[in-house]
Design a protein around this ligand. Structure first.
Ligand code: SAM
Length: 229
């Protein structure tokens, strides 16, 4: 198991530079996420990071709250242009310290896999569901696991964990940053959602609505909390 703040505290000052090439993907994500939401709708992003998605979402007129376990990531969010439009909350997404209901809960960019075991992932999806208004949606973006690519890391196929590092350039040369995950197949994420009382309404292979098929390397899946009668 790894500490909840380990990733964010290690990555905070290089995160935006390392993932700068995802700008177009973020534009597609914001367009897809904001389409069905009324102006002023409430959005909760779990593992908000430096606001790569939350800041442009807030700029569309949504009320965005972001929970993150890393104070350093949240400081990065607050320091960015438009960051003050996102309410950043320090906390664990297994039990996010925020009050709903939200119209949309977002768990993007493999952030569900940052939780180190199945119990925590199930609890996180459960908390997301509890935070939703009736008819509200949970959107999960996550990789389709490719175990044959885990050869460079310390891979345990039983617990579905991979512990590895990423080497990134910095001012002094290079830095080695932790990149640990507990992966889950799309079907397992569906099951977590079902346990939480959510039904799947859509699955794409990316934010631009790409079809999801056997060649997809990620999925963007929308689940709905059906209104109680
Ligand atoms: C891969 S980054 C994604 C950040 C952002 N959602 C994005 O799309 O750029 C994962 C984020 O989840 C946060 N995180 C990891 N474990 C967490 C936990 N248990 N509770 C809350 N946040 C967590 C990290 O600090 C980091 O900011």
């Amino acid at each position: 198991m790894w500490p909840a703040a380990e990733f964010g505290d290690a990555w905070a000052d290089v995160y935006d530079a390392v993932f700068a090439d995802l700008d177009t993907d973020a534009e597609h994500a914001v367009a897809a996420l904001s389409t069905d939401l009324a102006d002023g709708a409430g959005v909760l992003e779990l593992g908000v990071g430096t606001g790569r998605l939350a800041i442009p979402l807030a700029a569309t007129g949504l009320h965005v709250t972001g929970v993150d376990s890393s104070a350093r990531m949240l400081a990065g969010l607050a320091a960015k242009a438009g960051g003050d439009a996102v309410r950043g909350v320090l906390g664990d997404m297994v039990d996010p310290p925020v009050e709903g209901p939200f119209d949309l809960v977002l768990i993007a960019f493999n952030t569900l896999f940052a939780l180190p075991d199945q119990d925590r992932q199930v609890a996180c999806v459960g908390a997301a569901a509890r935070g939703l208004a009736d008819g509200g949606r949970l959107v999960v973006e996550a990789a389709v696991p490719q175990p044959w690519r885990f050869a460079d890391g310390d891979h345990d196929p039983v617990t579905q964990t991979v512990r590895s590092v990423r080497v990134v350039p910095d001012d002094t040369g290079v830095r080695t940053l932790p990149l640990n995950m507990r992966y889950a197949w799309p079907s397992e994420v569906d099951l977590m959602a079902r346990l939480a009382g959510l039904s799947r309404v859509r699955r794409s292979g990316g934010w631009a609505g790409e079809p999801f098929d056997d060649l997809s390397t990620r999925h963007v899946t929308t689940y709905r909390k059906d209104p109680t009668t």
